[in-house]
Design a protein around this ligand. Structure first.
Ligand code: NAD
Length: 358
């Protein structure tokens, strides 16, 4: 998707453009790099209007919201560290187990980051110390995104970036990933979360609708992973982690819903994660899928609100007797992005309240 605003932003910028008002924490791009992105005009970088950035020292943050430090090398962890006499982690004020989950120093990209699960993951990653870029189709971020970005800036002292782009366009997706990697100096983590849901009887399913859904849910996920991996391999020291958001619906069929295309597109994502894990493992990139169960977001709210009986039905479809909350995806997303999951690749992690066991 062509976005003219980036070009005009860049043209208006000073010799070393900042691209973003008030983004004091980021190094500026040289004019030549910025100009080359401007001429490509593949995406649009949203800018904060509010320039007041309050930098809060890490020690002033509420406990549990900040995992300081780059993740330590494996030799300094666990039993090996104890046996080799390296007890510094045990004496450290931050227990080593939490530093393993730290995303400090890493750059993460989240597609579909304007709301729902993507925005939840984005906030979790900022809290874990990452530089985070949320990508979404909308030109302007949602009110909830803006509120969360303001929170990140004012309370956590970190920017939550927003870039408008379309994951179905290969060229734009590659350019966006390249831009992020150049601007932040690295790209460590991708969460491919952009997705759409529609309902049609299989006997009548219009081909255009089927194609549209697959373009986002399957092809778009692949293009995002491809674009991110192409940047990750430019820095051999980076051990990239790619998380493809699938669904429990890739493995089970939702009773009495006409979701043939959606469920098939999510099955494709499960197999895609295994294939990419196989191809990219030797490049140091891990690829896993994450399969949520029923969670109320904009995507599911339209079904829940139109059919009041659905809430009970979905809730009673799992042993916990309720649907999930977006925030319940944070922990597993941080684990998959961090060194704490360093031996996990090609796996599907199901977070569904146990829906699929019945
Ligand atoms: N909510 C659930 O119950 C649930 C369950 C299982 C899986 N999922 C999956 O989780 C992911 C996030 O969904 P959600 O529930 O947060 O819904 P959501 O609608 O809030 O988020 C999806 C986001 O993707 C964006 N998007 C759509 N097309 C795009 C495109 N072409 N380019 C860029 N962005 C695009 C949308 O604008 C939206 O912000 C989806 O892949 C969804 O299939 C959701």
């Amino acid at each position: 998707m062509i976005r003219n605003a980036l070009a005009s932003t860049l043209r208006a910028a000073a010799p070393h453009t900042t691209l973003r008002a008030g983004s004091a924490s980021f190094s500026a791009l040289p004019r030549s790099v910025a100009a080359s992105f401007a001429s490509q005009r593949a995406f649009h970088v949203w800018q904060h209007k509010d320039n007041t950035v309050k930098h809060v020292p890490a020690e002033a943050l509420p406990t549990g919201q900040y995992n300081p430090g780059i993740a330590p090398p494996v030799e300094t962890l666990g039993v090996d560290a104890v046996l080799s006499g390296n007890l510094s982690s045990a004496k450290s004020p931050t227990p080593a187990i939490f530093t393993e989950f730290s995303l400090a120093g890493k750059t993460a990209v989240i597609t579909g980051g304007n709301g729902g699960l993507g925005l939840e993951i984005a906030l979790g990653y900022v809290e874990a110390g990452a530089t985070v870029y949320a990508l979404d189709i909308h030109d302007e971020p949602s009110a909830e995104f803006k509120a969360v970005a303001r929170h990140c800036r004012d309370l956590l002292g970190q920017e939550l970036h927003y870039i408008s782009m379309d994951v179905t366009n290969q060229e734009d997706t590659w350019k966006t990933m390249e831009y992020i990697s150049k601007e932040s100096g690295r790209l460590d983590v991708l969460v491919a979360g952009a997705g759409v849901l529609q309902t049609h009887d299989a006997l009548e399913y219009p081909k255009e609708e089927w194609d549209k859904l697959f373009a986002v849910n399957s092809t778009g996920v692949f293009l995002s992973a491809q674009g991110a991996a192409r940047e990750m391999i430019k820095s051999p020291h980076i051990k990239g982690s790619i998380i493809l958001i699938a669904s429990m619906s890739g493995s089970v069929v939702n009773h009495s819903h006409r979701w043939a295309a959606y469920n098939s597109s999510k099955s494709a994502v499960l197999q895609m994660a295994r294939n990419l894990a196989a191809e990219w493992g030797e490049l140091g990139i891990r690829v896993n899928s994450l399969s949520p169960g029923h969670i109320r977001t904009k995507m599911t709210a339209k079904y829940l609100d139109a059919n009041p009986e659905l809430l009970n039905k979905w809730s009673n479809s799992n042993p916990l007797g309720r649907i999930g909350r977006s925030a319940e995806i944070r922990g597993v997303s941080i684990w998959l992005a961090s060194q704490a999951s360093s031996f996990c690749t090609g796996s599907d992690i199901i977070v569904s309240g146990g829906h699929q066991i019945w």
